[in-house]
Design a protein around this ligand. Structure first.
Ligand code: GRG
Length: 334
């Protein structure tokens, strides 16, 4: 009985620890794709992934002596600061959907979180968004200074590629190369960096059209989610057609993720978000709620999620984790 209660408590606490909304806010998920669909609990699924992801992240950076202590401390400060770990989970889920072993995709899952963390560190810098709170903690440059924060981001980025190349086991080398190439592309001019520059340009001119906003968020946010799902699929053995379906799903949830982020900026508190709330609103930034109204933005997010889920129809019940994550993307509280 005691054992059962403890298990229940840890089950309820784990998703919150991972940064997700508690179980009570989300019913068990049933895929609508087949009559025989089994109940799928996203909370249980996330809890099963959390431990291995956190362990792999922690083990991914080791100082080699006093000379590297500071840079490693700064890298790990942001990498281990919490976060929902959505990108690693998407990668592992996609790998398993095609019959792969999560261990084959774990180095890529780690690399995705390193790249994401780098982008958060750089996004918070005084020359970018100038923010002092991230994941509920002071931002990297507040603790380590702007110089070290920039270098910690750079080191996380280059280590991400090294990590995939060195630690991916049991996968054909051409697949590993494909993954590394896609990861690189997702950070460059048709990825995070390009999206951020366009964002800065629109901020300077004071507004953005819906098309510009879509371009910015496709590149700043959706592209990394796309490579997360596509890489998992590649490592799990998916065909070119299956990878394409996964990319369609990921781009749609990626855009919905950003629409939800814009909505949360105006509806959630700083405490819930772990970063400064109403920042876009105060800066009068062009956002989905600003262009479409709050209700219009909510409808757009729902439309994108429905389209994303449709792309996974060919995979039936095997897609249950990715389908549940799609719903979570727009129901999340942070
Ligand atoms: C330096 C080459 C180079 C590129 C970086 C700064 C930058 C260029 C891009 C900004 C990318 C960025 C911060 C996009 C926003 C993405 C987003 C919605 C972040 C929040 O993700 P969550 O909610 O955060 O998954 P957690 O903390 O849960 O991981």
């Amino acid at each position: 009985m005691v054992k059962l209660s403890l298990a229940l408590v840890s089950l309820l606490c784990a998703p919150a620890a991972l940064g997700f909304a508690p179980t009570a806010q989300r019913p068990a998920f049933r895929t609508a794709l087949s009559e025989t669909a089994t109940e799928f609990s996203l909370d249980e699924y996330l809890m099963s992934k959390k431990g291995p992801i956190e362990e792999a992240l922690e083990a991914s950076i080791t100082s080699v002596g006093p000379q590297t202590d500071k840079i490693c401390e700064s890298m790990l400060y942001s990498l281990m600061a919490g976060g929902k770990r959505i990108r690693p989970v998407l990668c592992l889920a996609a790998c398993e959907m095609f019959g792969g072993d999560a261990a084959q995709a774990m180095p890529t899952a780690v690399a995705l979180e390193m790249i994401h963390t780098m982008s958060l560190i750089h996004d918070d810098l005084p020359s970018m968004d100038n923010d002092d709170l991230r994941r509920g903690k002071p931002t990297n440059h507040v603790i380590y200074g702007e110089d070290v924060a920039i270098l910690a981001g750079d080191a996380l980025l280059s280590t991400s590629f090294e990590h995939v190349a060195k630690h991916t086991k049991g996968v054909a080398p051409e697949k590993v190369l494909d993954v590394i190439g896609r990861l690189g592309q997702s950070v460059g001019h048709v990825g995070l960096a390009g999206g951020q520059v366009m964002d800065l340009e629109c901020e300077n001119k004071g507004d953005a059209t819906l098309d510009e906003l879509k371009w910015i968020h496709t590149h700043k946010t959706a592209t990394l989610l796309r490579v997360a799902v596509a890489s998992g699929a590649i490592l799990g053995g998916a065909t070119a057609e299956e990878i394409e379906a996964c990319e369609k799903y990921a781009l749609d949830i990626g855009l919905a993720f950003q629409v939800a982020d814009d909505i949360l900026d105006v509806t959630a508190s700083t405490e819930d978000l772990g970063k400064t709330a109403a920042k876009d609103l105060d800066a009068d930034k062009t956002t989905y709620p600003k262009l479409l109204g709050l209700e219009g933005a909510q409808k757009e997010a729902r439309r994108l999620i429905d389209e994303a889920k449709e792309a996974l129809e060919p995979f039936g019940d095997r897609a249950a984790p990715l389908l549940a994550i799609a719903d979570y993307i727009i129901e999340r509280k942070n």
